[in-house]
Design a protein around this ligand. Structure first.
Ligand SMILES: Nc1nc2c(ncn2[C@@H]2O[C@H](COP(=O)(O)OP(=O)(O)OP(=O)(O)O)[C@@H](O)[C@H]2O)c(=O)[nH]1
Ligand SMILES: [Mg+2]
Length: 323
């Protein structure tokens, strides 16, 4: 039997950070697997979660509740068969709706194999002040479907944010626990909380006008030096680029590009002269980490509410290559 937790939360709320923190607490004797689905086709979270002691499966390109959940089912079946995990943690895209995933996981097919435990929803309480979040169907329904609310990034909250969080909890929290934390620091025991919330959720109708090209987008074919990949849906667009292992970026130029790109979200793991740099920007919050070990390729993804000047950004990105 595999115990499963969904780690939901809107774009950039701290899901991957929380997974990293949980992975660091994994008991030595346990076998864990992670299934991660990203809105963008390039897939960055896999690189951030790789080599941390769990078997990893990525489903890039959109929302796993769409395309009849088929990529999700294939990924899930593969993980269960190959890894036979004691625990499976699932990070759906921040722009996804939880309803279909929850019904898949609780469907009869998986009943003999999976026990769904608490669904955690990450919340950046600063976003409670903005109607473009609070009126977003996915934002609302992710919170509604959760068993435990994790208000993350508490280091960034103002007194007003804290007051709004308390009010939100009074009005929407019900009996559900609220954990207020930062850097996704939650205790492992939280995962063992039972699934309580079986409220009926709205179906979460949304549309993907783009094709979902699936796993093929992850690799760079043949001797191609780079490629890009676009995705759109639910009012958001994304553009990601993959570069081969011989492409090295100018560190200062790259960081400027990341900082100044007129988009809401930037994530990437890129090869630089010194090794590699991981960039993770949500709004104006930018986190940069360097590592002496270079990744197998460079990949970076931008997500924006509405369109963004992808071609101009691409021209600038190509210019800061050193090789
Ligand atoms: N200030 C602050 N930043 C945080 C905290 N937790 C996470 N972050 C930053 O928030 C950004 C997004 O974190 P992720 O963990 O990648 O968020 P996510 O929910 O997985 O994002 P998507 O998968 O793109 O939806 C990163 O730059 C993190 O470093 C926190 O407690 N405080
Ligand atoms: Mg993530």
């Amino acid at each position: 039997m595999t115990f499963v937790n969904l780690i939901t939360g809107f774009l950039g709320s701290g899901k991957t950070t929380t997974l990293q923190h949980l992975l660091a607490q994994k008991p030595a004797g346990e076998n864990w697997a992670i299934l991660v689905n990203e809105f963008g086709e390039v897939g960055i979270d896999g690189a951030l979660l790789a080599n941390q002691g769990a078997v990893l499966k990525e489903i890039p390109g959109g929302c796993m509740c769409c395309v009849n959940g088929l990529p999700m089912q294939i990924g899930l079946n593969m993980l269960l068969r190959q890894a036979k995990p004691d625990r499976l943690l699932i990070e759906p895209t921040g722009l996804g709706h939880p309803k279909q995933i929850l019904s898949l996981l609780t469907s009869e097919t998986y009943l003999p194999w999976l026990t769904l435990q608490a669904t955690l929803c990450l919340l950046d309480a600063r976003q409670l002040a903005e109607s473009r979040y609070t009126e977003n169907e996915n934002f609302r329904d992710q919170l509604a479907a959760a068993d435990i609310i994790v208000a993350n990034k508490k280091d960034t909250y103002s007194a007003d944010d804290n007051a709004r969080l308390v009010k939100w909890q009074q009005e929407n929290g019900g009996q559900r626990p609220l954990i207020v934390t930062q850097q996704g620091e939650i205790d492992l025991s939280v995962l063992q909380s039972p699934r309580l919330n079986d409220r009926e959720l709205p179906p979460g109708e949304h549309h993907h006008p783009s094709k979902v090209s699936g796993l093929a987008a992850l690799k760079l074919p043949g001797d191609q030096r780079w490629r890009r990949s676009l995705n759109q849906g639910q009012g958001y667009t994304s553009c990601g680029w993959i570069f081969d292992a011989d492409t090295i970026f100018d560190t200062a130029g790259l960081l400027d590009w990341v900082r100044l790109a007129p988009v809401g979200r930037v994530k990437g793991v890129m090869r630089i002269k010194e090794g590699s740099v991981m960039v993770n920007r949500q709004g104006y919050d930018l986190r940069i980490e360097t590592q002496p070990v270079a990744p197998a390729d460079s990949r970076i993804e931008l997500i924006n509410e509405g369109e963004a000047p992808w071609n101009t950004l691409q021209t600038a990105l190509l210019k800061i290559r050193l090789s």
